[in-house]
Structure formats: C-alpha cells, structure tokens
Write a new protein. Structure first.
Lengths: 339, 404
C-alpha cells in the first residue's frame, strides 16, 4: 500500500478568544476570557460573539441551537480558508460530537415540580418543541454542515468525548494517506455554557471550583467553548500533518500508553514545540491549550492541530500535540512545514 | 484480499441469537407489541419492537446506555463464540450506538430541584459518568472483550451499523489490523425519545394492531416502528481466517457512502445521494449491479423512504430490480443497529439461499414496482446489498457475498 503525504489545506476556529484564525494568532500569549459567575463555583470560558446571522442562512439557523451553529460556522471557515468552496461535493466529513442542547427551561420546570410518571410524560408531550429534537441529535451537526455548505462526499459522526476529537484527525489523516479520501473535512464543536454539559462533566468529579488558576495548579478541569475544523488533502498546504496516533485502555495504563505513542512518533526536530491538549495538568513540557481556552472536549484535539498548523505556517519547525482524555484515551499528532 | 465473516450475533424483539431470529423471520413473525416497560398513556404511539430485560421496573426502565451495552455484549459474545475467539480480541471494536444522556429517573434520583443542585449532587458520581458519557458504552464493551485501541463509536443515525462495518473494512484494508468486530446496538426506546420522534410525526400510530404497523412498501404505511436490537459481525482477512482454520460464513465485499445535503429529514428529490451510496458500494465490491441477487431494504415503512428507495432501486438496477425485502416489517427499525443486523440477515440469506419476507404486504403500493417478497422463498444468488439511509442525510450501503 502506498501512503500519500497529508497536508492542512485550510482551517476554521472559533472560541472564547474570538472568530477565525487571525483572532487566534499568537494564542499562547493572549489573555483568557472567563465567566466565573454564570455556573459558579465552576468557571467557564464563554464563546465569543460570532456572526452566525451572516454565515448561516436564517431558515437553517432556526433548525439549530448554538452548538450546531458553532460547528457549522467553523466548518464554513475551514472551507473558505482553503479556497475550495467549489469542491464541497466531494468532501468527506468526519465530526466528533456530543449531544446538542436540551430545553433547560423545560427541564427546570420538571425538576422543580417532581411529577409522577404520567405527569412527566404529559409535561414532555406538551412542552417539547419538535425542532429541538433536530438540534439535539448528535449527527445533525454533520447534517447541518452538509446542508449549509453543500458538503456531499460522505458524512460520519464519532462519539467518545475528547478521544473522538482525536479520532476525527486520525481517521481523516489515514483516509487521505491511504487514498480512500481526496479531501477530508474533520473536527468538532463544544459549547460549554450549558447546564446539561456541566452536569455530564461534573459526574467525573473533577470540575475545577473557585477562581480560575493555571491548569497545572487546578484540582480539576475548566470547560471552554470552542470549535475547530481542518480540511486535509494531499497538499501542499499550510503545514504537513506528519503523524496521528491514538490508543485507549484501562485508566491505570494511560501514562504508559501515551509514552509508547510518543516514542513511536517521528523523532522531534530541533526547536519543536509541544502542545498539551488534555483536560488536566501535566508534567510534560510545552504549551497548555486549556490555559487559554479551557477544555473543549470533542473540539480540543482538532483545536490543538489547527493552532499547531498556524504556528508551523508562521515559522515553527515542528509542533507535537499530546493528550490524555478525562475518562479514557491517549493521542498524539505531529505537524511539520509543508515543503 | 477478501474480508471474511467468521461470526454473527443478533438480538431483536424476535429473540436472542442469530439462529432464533432467522427462524422467526423465515416464518414471518412480528416482534412488534405494546410497550410495557413504561406508561404510554396519552402517547400518540404506544407500541414498539421491544427487547425488555429482567431489570426493567415499572417507571424505572433500564437506561438507553445500559440496555445498548447489554444487547451489544450479548451479540458480540455470540459472534466471538461462533468465530472460535475469546477476549482479548486482537483488533478494534467498530460500533454504531445511539447518543445517550442521563435520563429522568436518574435526574430525579439525584434529589435536586434545579440544575445547579443536580450538578452539585452528581459531582464525583463515577458510576453515572461511565454510564452516560458518549464514550461510556463502547468503552465498557471494549474493556469487556479486550479489543485494541480506541473503540470506533459512530452515530450516523439509521446508517450507524453500516458505517461501523465500513470503518472496520477500511481499517483491515489499511492493514491496521487483521480482524475487527463490526457491530451496532440500539435501545433508544425511552419515554422522552418516543415523544420526540412522535413530535416529528415519523412513527406509525397503528395502536390497534401493532404487529401490522410496520408495513414497508404498502399503500397504508404510516411511519416507522421504534425497536431495540443489536447485531455483530466478526470480520477477518480471508487468509487470517483460513490460517487459523475458522469456518467462513460469508464475505463483506464492499461498502459505499454518500452524504445528502438537501434536507434534515428528507432525501434529495431525485434520490441522487442514496443512488450514489448504492452504486459506490457495488463498485467497491468490484461488481456490476446485475450481480446483486437480493436487496435488504432500508424499508422503514415511512411514506417518504419507501418511495425514494424504490426510485433509487430502479435507477441502480433498471426495469427489473432484484427481489427487495424489508425485515423491519418484523423487527421494527433498530436505528443504530439496523445496518449490522441487516448485514447479518443478508449473510444468513446467502448461506441458506432463502429470502426473508416483507410481512404485512397485503396492500402493496402499485407505484413502486418492486418484488418485495411477501413470503419467504428459495432463491439462487451470490451477492446481496444492504441499504441504510440515515436521518440527517448519512447514507451507507454494504455488499455481502456468499461463502464459496
């Protein structure tokens, strides 16, 4: 089997720091944007105001909530950045997704009234809006991207929190390398500012409490809204995605598995910079994604790859990305100059 | 290099185990019945193709996440036993699963009257985390069977099971592994999901005769029937299977996918996306359409799907498409598991040279011009096509081949 070289042809990012690649240039030195009040005692990095009304047709936007809007917006930025809007029909889409928005107000009414079984069902039958089901369905972020931007090659949605984000990168990279895809649009979106998301991630018992501190000093994770999509192809592009590898197993072997993945990656070039994309602090050297963005779960690994590609374009000799998931999963990626 | 199937597992409302299901399908039995595991008073649809568990208690049914895990575990164990394999399995788990979340019984169980209270009460509940994270169910299955690497958990709605098969054959073709488990498990039937699907007017409301409600390709079809179920295939490089002396049950010859960019719940009016998925699968198998001897239809029994699938069948196969049946007429629509279950059905059909029927076919829609196999019958054929068309525009077809 012959393997083709894989390059980043375009990217789209949006986060608490702003909209688009330019707003994220020099991200490691930008001041984080925090909201410590809304979900106190848990701080969160809120999504910057984004021009959804300009990038998503109104008719489509009405079928979505902000999680799908965020991802659809970022995917559109990636297509435009690559200048390949005329080739959307052949793009293979791979999205890492969590669940979309619940109706928090309806949930709140039901929680407050604690109805019996029949009362619960009546409240749901009377209170749920049909369109909200489409906004909540995980695979309809990919569906919305296809409809709004015309992406029509194929469509897959992966589940599994942060390791699913890493798997979108690995699967897109492997498909382009193996020749089973020509253009792969891959990434994810994560909207932190939602009570049901706070609830889900609180279950692990490691949501940071109190004022935000540097991640290596945190007792747990701080969540942050972000989306990142990359368009991968055979290039040349702004950076070469030289390597992506993932693994998973029981939690007690996680550090050893990550070490093995790093040892199997191409040897580091002089001046290589490492980005840590995990939710919790680490002893590893390098930059910490969550210090600037918080942890953006499904979007975290694609966001690190996108920021790394920008740093390579701006002159970094190599970017190495490493991550361990909060629950499970280990991943590494290596970016090099395209030429 | 061909990819062989060496193990099959299946659970549906018709029973536990592939052979029990196959026997019931050839007999044309329906697994659709009134829902008993929760109160359906006042609901527009009060029936489904249920796989209930002993742990289901009135008002406190087993969660979607846990039922999916239980059904997935059963079918993977069955398929591994047939393949002569055991944990640890030397390849990845590729599996279609439903999105999951904490449900009302667990929310109420946390004892709080608002979200801040729930968040506080749930803090550190590792049991809830392992159950309700999106990666939780697949992780527990992966660790139960000792599969390698990250479990490939896919949700392409009703195409998920077929996507899982496609991801597995891609990994084998890329030489990442010699073998893989391709599966789908589904248990979305809980009160809120049933109500949500009803609000979209996607479900049959034939409450007076549930066993007749799933009636694909008829004039009186009025929506799909929700169903629990799971299916699993053990896939191996043919030489790997032969080298270890495994019995080959059939082959996965190819898969094809296509995204529809027209509408969230409807196909492009000319059917081009589903035609593309079918054609790509047949081409990926290295076949001509004329080599396909049977189609296991997506066949959901919704007015829209069955019309579009008939249109696409004529576009792909011409005037006389091969026999096409929908086993959803008996087991309902198992959503995330449908692709895996229906690929397994195709392999059993190829093995026995028998076509499973589309039951309830007593008022066939004359505009469709299809041989929908109203009663099981003998048939000589060597390749079958399994269609899965997902809500949200994700379409996948898989081609299965007969063992030599």
């Amino acid at each position: 089997m012959t393997w083709r070289s894989v390059h980043v042809l375009g990217l789209g990012v949006a986060s608490s720091l702003g909209d688009g690649a330019e707003a994220h240039r020099g991200w490691q030195d930008l001041t984080p944007v925090m909201d410590e009040a809304r979900f106190a005692p848990h701080p969160v990095h809120p999504l910057a105001p984004l021009p959804f009304d300009k990038t998503i047709p109104r008719r489509e936007s009405r079928q979505m909530e902000n999680w799908q809007r965020l991802g659809t917006h970022a995917a559109g930025l990636a297509i435009a950045d690559a200048g390949l809007a005329d080739r959307v029909a052949e793009m293979d889409l791979i999205v890492a997704a969590g669940g979309g928005e619940r109706d928090a107000a309806l949930d709140g009414q039901i929680l407050a009234s604690r109805p019996d079984e029949a009362g619960l069902h009546a409240a749901l039958m009377n209170g749920l809006r049909p369109t909200l089901f489409l906004a909540q369905l995980s695979n309809l972020l990919a569906g919305s991207i296809s409809i709004v931007h015309g992406v029509g090659g194929s469509s897959r949605t992966l589940m599994g929190e942060e390791i699913a984000g890493a798997e979108t990168m690995r699967m897109a990279w492997a498909r382009v390398a193996a020749g089973s895809s020509t253009l792969a649009l891959a990434g994810g979106a994560f909207l932190a500012e939602r009570p049901e998301i706070m609830l889900l991630h609180a279950m692990g018992g490691r949501l940071h409490r109190g004022p935000c501190v540097p991640m290596d000093e945190r007792e747990g994770m701080v969540l942050g809204s972000a989306a990142a999509f990359l368009l991968l192809g055979t290039g040349p592009g702004m950076a070469r995605l030289a390597h992506v590898a993932t693994d998973q197993g029981p939690p007690e072997g996680s550090e050893a598995r990550l070490d093995t993945l790093l040892a199997a990656a191409p040897p580091a070039r002089p001046g290589a910079i490492e980005i840590w994309a995990g939710p919790f602090g680490t002893l590893r050297p390098g930059l910490r994604l969550a210090d600037r963005f918080g942890h953006s779960v499904e979007a975290a690994f694609p966001l690190a790859v996108a920021l790394g590609a920008m740093m390579v374009r701006d002159g970094a000799p190599e970017i190495r990305i490493a991550m361990r998931g909060a629950f499970r999963g280990e991943a590494v990626a290596v970016l090099e100059p395209s030429e | 290099m061909r990819i062989a199937v060496t193990g099959i597992g299946m659970v549906t409302a018709l029973g536990w185990g592939a052979e029990a299901n196959w026997e019931a399908m050839l007999a044309g039995r329906s697994g659709v019945r009134p829902i008993t595991r929760f109160d359906t008073t006042g609901m527009r649809t009060r029936f489904a193709a249920c796989v209930d568990l002993p742990e289901d208690r009135p008002g406190y049914p087993v969660s979607v996440a846990e039922r999916s895990r239980r059904l997935g575990e059963a079918v993977i164990a069955e398929a591994l036993a047939q393949a002569g394999l055991d944990a640890p399995f030397p390849g990845p788990l590729c599996i279609g699963l439903p999105p999951v979340e904490i449900e009302w019984p667990q929310r109420f169980g946390l004892g709080a009257g608002d979200y801040p209270g729930l968040i506080e009460a749930a803090s550190g509940r590792l049991d809830l985390q392992a159950e309700f994270l999106f990666g939780g169910t697949a992780t527990r299955l992966a660790e139960r069977f000792g599969t390698r690497g990250v479990p490939q958990t896919v949700t392409t709605a009703c195409a998920s099971g077929s996507s899982a098969i496609q991801m597995a054959i891609e990994a084998i073709r890329r030489e990442e592994t010699d073998c893989a488990i391709a599966a789908g498990a589904e248990a979305s039937l809980q009160p809120e999901t049933l109500i949500r699907f009803s609000l979209l007017q996607a479900l049959s409301t034939r409450n007076d005769a549930p066993e007749q409600a799933s009636r694909p390709f008829t004039l009186s079809r009025d929506g799909f029937v929700m169903a629990d179920g799971a299916g699993a295939l053990i896939l191996e490089r043919e030489d790997h299977a032969l080298a270890r002396g495994a019995a080959i049950l059939g082959y996965v010859l190819g898969a094809g996918e296509a995204a529809d960019n027209f509408h969230r719940t409807r196909s492009t009016p000319d059917g081009s996306a589903i035609i593309r998925a079918m054609n790509r699968a047949i081409a990926d198998a290295g076949l001509e359409p004329s080599a396909i001897g049977y189609v296991n239809a997506h066949g959901t029994s919704t007015p829209e799907n069955d019309k579009m699938e008939a249109l696409a069948s004529h576009a792909v196969f011409g005037e006389e498409p091969p026999p096409i049946s929908s086993t959803k007429s008996m087991i309902g629509h198992t959503l995330s598991a449908a692709g895996a279950i229906e690929a397994a059905v195709c392999l059993l059909a190829l093995r026995d040279q028998m076509l499973p029927p589309t039951i309830n076919n007593d008022d066939p829609d004359p505009e469709l011009h299809l041989d929908t196999v109203p009663v099981a019958r003998k048939h000589r054929f060597s390749a079958a096509l399994s269609n899965s068309f997902g809500f949200g525009g994700q379409n996948v077809s898989v081609v299965l081949g007969r063992a030599d």
